[in-house]
Design a protein around this ligand. Structure first.
Ligand SMILES: [Cu+2]
Length: 251
């Protein structure tokens, strides 16, 4: 009898949990059931409207092992835009993603240190997704992540080593620097949902697999700030949303 009661109680608990889960998910379009397999898409371009600031050459003379890997100086990556104004390294994401926790992808996100430069310069990943930082240089780096919402960490990394870390909480974006080479900086954006992208060389982005709904889409750039747009997208629909940033005076 006791066993039967226990099974009944367990079944009831599971039923209640499942139904309450549905209620929570229904609160937000981005957190409805099967949201990772939604069929709506928001895509577009991020443009820089105005003169592209001239990139400055980075002086790596402080570490000859870095400098000698580059026949011509590496340029700063603060603002990178193509000839048509396509703005690279912009994080575009759903800003009202709801409260649902998504399982992180099993594949790690990877930052490579090669030629004493972080590749990529801007990376986005999910909360609790593994972040691997690899060192392909013949010199030691020191990777120092400075989040506001997660624990700060600061790790020396000899040649050939690998750092394996996670960030448990959402944040746009965490500054990462190297304590050995002051020119080395990157940004890591962390999301509790999978609806984010980082613009490529032409400034384009693609937010796929969205459930139908109305969303606030935010674009973040390390120097140019943020821009927000609202968009409503239906099932199997693709909507175009473009963002325009203007160069700030002095940048
Ligand atoms: Cu370094």
């Amino acid at each position: 009898m006791k066993t039967k009661c226990f099974i009944l109680a367990a079944a009831l608990t599971v039923t209640i949990c499942i139904s309450s889960g549905r209620i929570v998910r229904a609160k937000s379009p981005a957190s409805s059931a099967n949201s990772t397999t939604g069929t709506a898409t928001v895509r577009g371009e991020v443009k820089l409207d105005g003169r592209v600031p001239k990139a400055t050459p980075i002086n790596m003379a402080a570490d000859p092992s870095c400098a000698k890997q580059h026949p011509t100086p590496v340029l700063s990556q603060d603002i990178v835009a193509d000839a048509k104004g396509g703005l690279q390294n912009v994080v575009v994401f759903i800003a009202d993603g709801g409260d649902r926790a998504f399982d992180p992808p099993t594949q790690p996100a990877v930052i490579e240190q090669k030629g004493c430069v972080y590749k990529p310069h801007v990376l986005a990943l999910q909360a609790n997704q593994r972040l691997e930082v690899v060192n392909d240089d013949p010199t030691s780096h020191n990777v120092h992540a400075m989040p506001a919402n997660s624990m700060e960490w600061n790790k020396a990394e000899p040649p050939g080593a690998k750092i394996d870390e996670t960030f448990p909480r959402e944040e746009v974006a965490i500054r990462v620097k190297c304590n050995v080479h002051p020119w080395m900086r990157s940004y890591v954006a962390v999301f509790k949902h999978p609806y984010f992208a980082v613009t490529g060389k032409d400034g384009s982005f693609d937010l796929a697999n969205l459930p139908p709904g109305t969303y606030t889409i935010e674009a973040w750039h390390e120097k140019l700030g943020t821009s927000i747009q609202r968009v409503t997208v239906g099932a199997n629909e693709t909507k175009a949303v473009d963002f325009v940033f203007k160069p700030k005076s002095g940048s």
